[in-house]
Design a binder for this molecule. Structure first.
Ligand code: ADP
Ligand code: MG
Length: 321
């Protein structure tokens, strides 16, 4: 048995471009084999953070470590998957995957990866012969070829349709089980973050700070429609809306209307309500705003929902208790 590798530590990262402050003291620790999602307003600095972890750029200050070793540049131990597949158009599928491997390495690894992403039959095809989803599967295989301990994914499925996206998410989970890499995923799809991740880090608007962390304590395989995920989504949405100023439009302390347990709201035709405050007060492990009464608990679940049997029965069957 090998010692589990792939622990990632970023500590107090600051990054500016000229006068534009982009990262303002980001810290996080990701355990070997964890899947963590990063969500945050557009332009807040998510891709910048991923580029620093990939060693493609340097922070102004702060430190980055992989298994205790400082990250100082790109390394085969860290694989990156971008929004676009970025395949070399003149190389075949198999050659594109092999491109990530040291020269002269046997092609058994390439064949195994193509099998894992379901593209064995397309080994000899050129990128222009592939659909968007297939091309992205090649990009996944290429990133995995050197056996990275950490896989960074920057909105990897944003350019494919919704059905392909769900298929690719399941494929990614299957590969994660097989390869065991630590994954850090940037996504703007909260459903995707909830379906895939162990934890979700919600970043603030630029300059990015950690706003809140949500533990997705739900066993896999997950049901995308589960009330548990819906409740967590409400918490994440609250944080994000607050961050982009949207919570103001919902009014001061109005509550977010999602699957929940207020029969009065149902009789008013207002839908069910959860005890999640639309003002967005959440848990922040890095100081800043602390959790208040009735706010998100570890795990991101509002305290008053945890033991309320009406929540699950209402959300599941939409019956009044
Ligand atoms: P996100 O991925 O969260 O949408 P980015 O990390 O791509 O955001 O960008 C954060 C901010 O930094 C944006 O305002 C972007 O224009 C700026 N930025 C990113 N990279 C550079 C760069 N190389 N030079 C100047 N500004 C940059
Ligand atoms: Mg980005």
């Amino acid at each position: 048995m090998s010692i589990p590798a792939g622990s990632l530590t970023v500590d107090q990262l600051y990054k500016s471009f000229g006068s534009l402050d982009v990262l303002a003291g980001i810290s996080a620790r990701i355990e070997p084999g964890e899947i963590v999602s990063l969500v945050g307003p557009s332009g807040c600095g998510k891709s910048t953070l991923l580029r620093l972890i990939a060693g493609l750029d340097r922070p102004d200050s702060g430190s980055l470590h992989l298994d205790g070793q400082a990250i100082t540049g790109p390394s085969p131990r860290v694989g990156v998957i971008f929004q676009e597949p970025r395949l070399l158009p003149w190389l075949t599928v198999a050659q594109n995957v092999a491109f990530g491997l040291p020269r002269g390495k046997p092609n058994a690894r390439v064949a195994a990866l193509l099998r894992a992403v379901g593209l064995e039959e397309f080994a000899g095809a050129l990128p222009r012969e592939l659909s968007g989803g297939m091309a992205q599967r090649v990009a996944i295989a290429r990133a995995l070829a050197p056996g990275p301990e950490v896989l960074l994914l920057d909105e990897p499925f944003s350019s494919v349709d919704a059905f392909t996206r769900m298929h690719l998410q399941d494929l990614l989970l299957a590969i994660w089980r097989q390869e065991g890499a630590t994954m850090l995923l940037v996504t703007h799809e909260i459903d995707e973050a909830l379906y895939l991740s162990d934890r979700i880090l919600v970043l603030s608007a630029r300059p990015a700070r950690r706003r809140v962390e949500v533990a997705v304590d739900v066993a896999r395989p997950r049901d995308r429609r589960s009330p548990q995920l819906a409740r967590l989504k409400a918490g994440v949405l609250t944080e994000l809306y607050h961050e982009i100023g949207g919570a103001r439009e919902w009014g001061g302390d109005r509550r977010l209307e999602v699957a929940g347990a207020d029969p009065a709201a149902q009789s008013r035709g207002g839908g069910e309500r959860a005890g999640i405050d639309a003002a967005g007060r959440g848990r922040d492990r890095q100081g800043g705003r602390g959790a208040e009464d009735g706010e998100l608990l570890p795990g991101g679940v509002p305290g008053d929902l945890v033991s309320d049997p009406r929540v699950v029965s209402n959300a599941g069957s939409r019956r009044t208790p």
